[in-house]
Design a protein around this ligand. Structure first.
Ligand code: IGP
Length: 263
């Protein structure tokens, strides 16, 4: 049986091919945002006054179904930024996560902190898109790409002035870390089984060279966990559901950061 990740990637191939027919790379390159200089998430993670949280806008997911059908991207992302987030993550996958490139464009227009395009990147075209809609960082998922693909796509993104967050989940994926990987994310959630294990991430962390800032991803809902992960060596924390599942994600983020600051 196909796991969910295989399904998403298979769908992505068709979806991206379709978009590429509708809009060429040259057209994307002519969009005003394409010429904008990207912000560095790597430097925002360590900027004084910010808390290392990369706060995500996510309406639904394959593991949780609908998380929040009513939230609006501008209201939520501006509250995240106002309350000290180091960066934003905006899902642009529509089929499985209910996001869109328009969400990211709206977030860009309203915010001046780094934005991660959260999607399943399978080729160069999506990286050109990311630049053209105003993203600063692209996610590459080691599980979906070969080592040669990671190397090529990371270099491609780097040459466009974007940063790369490479997501890993197992020790054998660590060999896919290439020089143009700016940040390494460790997903606490297994994308095939949806199991979450923060302690496994801490183990994996020890095997990643010090020179890469490390981002803990998924399943975090307690400020105390952030402190634990920070002490273990993580400098970024990617959190979506805990905020998004609240009736008022903006309020949930504010509460969380207030508690975190008091620890
Ligand atoms: O909502 P959570 O459990 O806080 O997780 C956020 C983020 O880490 C998660 O959305 C994620 C991590 N890697 C991904 C890859 C694709 C889509 C989504 C993701």
């Amino acid at each position: 049986m196909k796991n969910i990740l295989d399904k998403i990637v298979a769908h992505k191939h068709g979806e991206v091919a379709e978009r590429e027919k509708g809009r060429s790379v040259q057209e994307l390159e002519r969009l005003p945002m394409f010429g904008r200089e990207a912000l560095s998430l790597k430097s925002f993670l360590t900027q004084p006054g910010r808390n290392g949280i990369i706060a995500e806008f996510k309406r639904k997911s394959p593991s949780k179904g609908v998380i929040n059908a009513d939230a609006t991207v501008v209201e939520v992302t501006t509250a995240y930024a106002r309350n000290g987030a180091s960066g934003l993550s905006v899902l642009t996958d529509t089929e499985f996560f209910g996001g869109s490139m328009d969400d990211l464009q709206q977030a860009r227009a309203a915010n001046n902190i780094p934005i991660l395009r959260k999607d399943f990147v399978i080729g160069e075209y999506q990286i050109v898109e990311a630049k053209a809609i105003g993203a600063d960082v692209v996610l590459l998922i080691a599980e979906c790409l070969t080592k040669a693909e990671v190397k090529h796509l990371a270099e491609f993104a780097h040459n466009l002035g974007l940063e790369v967050l490479l997501e890993v989940h197992t020790a054998d994926q660590l060999e896919k870390i290439t020089p143009h990987t700016h940040l390494v994310g460790i997903n606490n959630r297994d994308l095939k089984t949806f199991q979450v294990d923060i302690y496994r991430s801490m183990e994996l962390l020890k095997q990643i060279p010090d020179s890469y800032p490390k981002v803990a991803e998924s399943g975090m809902d307690d400020p105390k966990t952030i402190v634990e992960l920070r002490n273990a060596g993580f400098s970024g924390f990617l959190i979506g559901e805990h905020f998004m599942k609240a009736e008022h994600p903006a309020q949930a983020f504010e509460n969380f950061t207030r508690q975190l600051a008091a620890l």
